[in-house]
Structures are given as C-alpha cells and as structure tokens.
Design a binder for this molecule. Structure first.
Ligand SMILES: C[S@@+](CC[C@H](N)C(=O)[O-])C[C@H]1O[C@@H](n2cnc3c(N)ncnc32)[C@H](O)[C@@H]1O
Length: 407
C-alpha cells in the first residue's frame, strides 16, 4: 500500500478535465487531486497544498509542467504563479481556451444539477482588452506592517504587490500600491466611469465610503447611477450595460407591463425596465442592503411607476403572493448562493410571462433552473459573458418562460 499524500508532497500526474472553481481534476493512486495552474492533457508535477488522509480530495499546484498543453501561455503577471496571488486562476491559459473551459464548466453544472444539456459560447464583454485592465474595483489586503498586497489562494497571508494587471487604468493609477496603509485591514480602490478614482481604507468595522457615479448606456437609453464606493456594482466596465442589454432583449418589456426586480442593488435593472414599461406600467425593486436601498431610491427618483422595497426577497415575496399580486416580468440577480427553492416557489406564483435570471455562479443557476422547471418554467435562452477574464468566474443571463402544458 502506498503512503498517503500530505501537504508539501509532490507527485507526477496526468491532468484531466476542468472543475468549477479554477482547478483541474487529476488522480494519483485512487486519490482525487484538484490541481491549479494546470491544463487538461498536461503531465505535471503537482505539489499538494491541502488535504490529507480521510479527505475526499486533495488540493495541489502544478509546480513543474512536464508535457505542456498547446493552450498554455506565459502568465502576463509575475504574481500569477503557484504560491503567488490567488486572484487569477487562468492567466497561464490562452484567452480563447479560458472561454472554452468556462463553457465546459457551465455545461457540466447544468448536466449535473439541472439534468439539462446546454451548449454555450462564452462571449467577451464589449471593451475587453485581451483580458487585462478591466477590474474597476479591487480590494487590496494590508499586512501587519501596513503594506498593501493581494492574498494567495485560500490563505489569509498578504503578498506585497507593485501592480495588478487585471485592474483598470484608473485603479492602477490611483496610487494605492505606492504607499503604506498603517492600521488598516484593506484598501478598496474604485475607479468609476465618471470622476476620479477613490481609495477607501477599510478599518475594522463599517467604514464610511464616498459616493461614486457610474454611467450606463444601452442603445438610446442611458443613466447615471450614484452609489457608495463600497456598494455592489459590476466590476467590468462593460458589464452593467451588457447585462441590461441582454435582459431587455430577453424580456422584451412592453408599455404598461408590471415588472419586479429582485436583488435590485442600486436600481440598475429597475431603471431600465421602468423606462421600457413607461408611466402606465409599474416596477417593484426589492433589495436588502440599506445603503443600496437608499441609492436605489435616489437613482429611481422621479419615476412614479417605481417602488423600492427594503427587505429580503424571501420575506418580501410572501405578502405579494398572499395578496395575489401578478407581474408580467421578473428580473432576479441574486448573490452567489442563488435564489433557492423557497424564493423560486414564491416567485413563480407571480405568473410572469418571462423571467430573466442574472447569475454569477453557474452552479446556483443550474440548481434554480431545476426548481423553476419543477414549477412549470423552462429555460429558453442562456448567454454567458466573460465578465472576469483571467479568473474562473463568469456571468450567466438566462431566460425562463412558462412551459407548454404538454412538457
Ligand atoms: C449580485 S448583486 C445585484 C445587484 C443589482 N441587480 C446590480 O446588477 O447592480 C445582489 C444584490 O442582492 C442583495 N441581496 C443579497 N441577499 C439578498 C436578499 N436575501 N434579499 C434582497 N436582496 C439581497 C445584495 O445586497 C446585492 O445588492
């Protein structure tokens, strides 16, 4: 019997398919290894980074490539290496292959969790610059000496860095990495589409943050959104407009319709929907974060057909269902955990003719797809956007419509 693998041990393995989370599956003497910095078909020397006897799998880094994939490239950033910054999982992969791998992950999640076969092409977000220079919001960690840096994968350590190549020009030019931040836990750097970048130190506890303005334009439609620099906003500069465009195209809102925007943030989809359904229509936006609710109220002010409701979606839907309120259209854009069975059970009772689901985790989307199908909605469209190049993350926009009676 062979010795059990422990962190620090190195083994030669053949690398198999991509798995959700930025790693690749390999096997050694019956044990499963999730290997980072590798590619399918490669032979690598993998160093175990965590796990041990009794664990279902081990984690490892490819520390030497013995047979390289043709899709392997030299990472543009010197920190994107085993043991380096954990932010970019895929810098060693050509951009077309990164997108193909993400498409495989989406297909695998849908097959496993929704029992559906999907074929998707992962689309670049307009304005993409070879996958670099896109991140308009970066939280730099600060070490005990006050030096800013980034964290390795699954670690609380801080690696001092001089630059971050996926950060936007505004973030890189803000100067946060050129000085120390004594006494701070982190520093958030935000480069909004309008105005100057801001550096917001993050002490322990809730920090005060300045407001920033983001301009979004989709075709003829445009609006400025004001929000806290620490509030939720899509980090790719082209993402907000791209997702609004995709949602409007899928929902095809008409004058006078009633729409519900769940997990509404600062009102991005609610604003676009309100203008599409016009003053004879109605939009209800539901959001739980008090800061986002206040921003949404400001951003949507002047549109009498819009109501912003503060509260959790799971609680806010119940009274609507009890009162028999109906909606023609629903947008939902939940956090990574997805909406979940309870929320789906309530939202289908609004009787919408179309539901657009914006998802940052394809696994959560696939689970909710299964719940929607159980309750009479079938998925009729799916787009996937590479809104986080060089990382394993992506954004999906799916459309659901009532299934014909015979389904
Ligand atoms: C992925 S963001 C989407 C925000 C917005 N749709 C946008 O695109 O800018 C998810 C939002 O859901 C909010 N949220 C998280 N859990 C929630 C819940 N249970 N009920 C209501 N809102 C929630 C968060 O505060 C956040 O604003």
């Amino acid at each position: 019997m062979s010795a059990e693998l422990l962190p620090g041990d190195e083994v030669e393995v053949e690398v198999g398919p991509v798995a959700h989370g930025g790693h690749f599956v390999a096997r050694h003497e019956g044990r499963v290894l999730f290997v980072r910095h590798a590619l399918p078909g490669e032979r690598v020397r993998a160093r175990v980074t965590s796990g041990g006897p009794g664990d279902r799998f081990l984690r490892a880094d490819a520390v030497a490539v013995l047979t390289a994939s043709p899709d392997r490239v030299t990472p543009p950033c010197r920190y994107a290496v085993p043991g380096g910054c954990g932010g970019c999982d895929l810098q060693h992969v050509s951009l077309p292959r990164q997108r193909a791998l993400k498409a495989e992950v989406v297909a695998e999640q849908f097959r496993r969790l929704a029992g559906e076969d999907v074929e998707v092409e992962v689309e670049p977000v307009p304005g993409d610059r070879d996958g670099l220079g896109w991140r308009t919001r970066v939280e730099f960690a600060v070490d005990e000496a006050g030096r800013p840096g980034l964290r390795p994968h699954r670690s609380h350590a801080v690696i001092p860095v001089e630059d971050c190549l996926i950060a936007s020009d505004g973030v890189r030019g803000a100067g946060a990495l050129a000085r120390d931040w004594p006494g701070q836990r982190a520093v958030d750097v935000v480069a909004p589409s309008e105005g100057e970048p801001v550096c917001v130190p993050v002490p322990d506890g809730e920090p005060h943050a300045p407001a920033v303005t983001e301009h979004v334009a989709v075709g003829e439609w445009s609006q400025d959104f004001t929000l806290s620099a620490r509030g939720f906003w899509q980090v790719h500069p082209g993402a907000a407009a791209t997702f609004v465009g995709a949602v409007l195209e899928m929902l095809e809102p008409a004058e006078g319709e009633r729409a519900v925007d769940l997990y509404a943030g600062v009102g991005l989809f609610a604003a676009a929907l309100a203008d599409a359904v016009g003053p004879t229509g109605a939009v209800l936006a539901v959001e739980s974060d008090p800061g986002a609710v206040a921003s949404a109220a400001d951003n949507l002010a002047g549109r009498e057909s819009v109501e912003v409701r503060a509260g959790r979606v799971d609680r806010a839907l119940k009274p609507l269902v009890r009162q028999g309120i109906r909606a023609d259209l629903v947008v939902l854009d939940p956090p990574r955990t997805g909406a979940g069975k309870g929320v789906i059970a309530d939202l289908v009772r609004l009787g919408a003719r179309r539901i657009a689901y914006v998802a940052c985790d394809p696994a959560a989307l696939a689970r909710d797809t299964a719940y929607l199908r159980e309750r009479g909605y079938r998925r009729t469209a799916l787009r996937v956007f590479d809104a986080f190049p060089m990382t394993h993350h992506m954004e999906c926009v799916a459309l659901f419509e009532p299934a014909p009676e015979s389904d």
